[in-house]
Each structure stands twice: as C-alpha cells, then as structure tokens.
Design a protein around this ligand. Structure first.
Ligand code: PEP
Length: 222
C-alpha cells in the first residue's frame, strides 16, 4: 500500500518544518510519499517518509530558466514525481506531449512517475470518460518500452472529485481501474479525489487498489 501526500502550493519554510516533524511521528507500515513544493524539497529530512516531487521539467538540465530537471530532483533524493495532475493540465496548459516527455526524463533518472489521469464532470455525464482516459493514458506512455510502462504508477483522479467532497462509487472506480489495466501493465494503481478518514473504509474494498493520492487530507493536522 502506498499513500502520496500532495502539499500543492502550501507551507512556507517554517510551516513545513513543523509539518514534517508532525507527520514523521505517524506510525505506519504503508509507504508514505511526501510531495512538498520545490523549495521545501531541500528542507526535507526523514528516514521514514519517502520524498516525491509535484512536478519536473520536460527538458534536460541546461538553459531553461525557472525549470527543475529530473537530474536535479534525483540529486535531492527524490524517488517519485507527479505528472499530469489536473491542476497543471488546467492552469499550466500542460499538454500530452509535455507529459510524455516528463515521464521519459523521470525514467531516465530512475524516478518513478505517478501519472494522474481522470475525466471532468462534463466528460463523465456525456459518457466520454473512457475515451478521455484512454487518450490521456496512451499519449503519456507513447514510445515507452513495456518494461518502462510497468514502472509508472497510475493515479485515477476524476477532476470532479478533487477537492469537492464528491467521490465515485466503488463500482465506478473498479470499472476505470480494469479499463486502465487493459491498456497498461502498470504495477500500481491509486485512487485520488476527496479521500478522507470516513470514506477510506469504503474505498479500501475496491478491487485492484494499491493506494491513495491525498491533497486536502495531506495538510490536515493529525
Ligand atoms: C489532488 O489534488 O490530487 C487531490 C486528490 O486532492 P483532494 O484530496 O483535496 O481531493
């Protein structure tokens, strides 16, 4: 079981130090991966929690002002990286090609990509959701060997569920998980979107689930 904590654009340096101290006290056997903002990556110290990143450049290191390459992340001991989060697709207009490039750069640096995919409310209501998920998935793994495809973790995050308190039924999630597994031999598949202490008991019963991606809950005091 793996749980990814996405801090998003939160926690200044002092807040992060206090937060890290707090979550380091959590006793758990699951793999906890923390994705702080870029600056807090350099403040990270823990022998229990695994370090992740929320983003990576689609370029190699070099003349790309403001970018952070996979090679730089690797030098900070980053083991996982989110790619294609719906907020980046929406606000940074991250496109299929960039997402595919980012995945390739991460794999070259031995960092595990966590590919986020999921449909909007309109796409679900108009029954286009499978088409959308297939397109997001196949464009992201374009030109990757089977061996590399297997290294990618997929996080199914319906856009209409992120930060809204709405969650799909277990049947709806299982339908998508099986659909994803029919296109990619990924070794792990996660669910993300409004997971909390109450609904996690229901989500745990989902067939094929390997873990969760948490946004809001990652910032809640324990
Ligand atoms: C997310 O942003 O990936 C996410 C899952 O957020 P939340 O848990 O707040 O829905």
């Amino acid at each position: 079981m793996i749980v990814i904590l996405n801090n998003k654009c939160n926690l200044n340096k002092d807040e992060f130090k206090a937060y890290l101290k707090d979550i380091s006290e959590i006793k758990t056997k699951i793999d906890l991966v923390l994705c702080p903002n870029f600056l807090n990556i350099s403040e990270f110290k823990s022998d229990k929690i695994i370090l992740g990143s929320q983003n990576v450049s689609a370029q190699n290191s070099g003349a790309f002002t403001g970018e952070i390459s996979a090679n730089i992340l690797k030098s900070y001991n980053v083991k996982y990286c989110l790619v294609g989060h719906s907020e980046r697709r929406k606000y940074q207009q991250e496109n299929y090609h960039e997402i595919n490039q980012k995945i390739k750069k991460l794999l070259e640096s031995n960092i595990t990509p966590i590919l986020c995919i999921g449909e909007t409310k309109e796409e679900r209501d108009s029954k286009k959701y499978k088409e959308v998920i297939k397109e997001q998935l196949l464009s992201a793994i374009k030109d990757l060997s089977l061996e590399n495809q297997k290294k990618i973790i997929i996080a199914y995050e319906p856009v209409w569920s992120i930060g809204t308190g709405l969650i799909p039924t277990n049947n709806q999630i299982e339908e998508i998980f099986s659909y994803i597994k029919s296109y990619i031999m990924t070794n792990k598949i996660l669910y993300g979107g409004s997971v909390n202490e109450t609904n996690v008991d229901t989500l745990k019963k989902i067939n094929l689930i390997d873990g969760y991606l948490l946004g809001t809950l990652s910032l809640q005091e324990k």
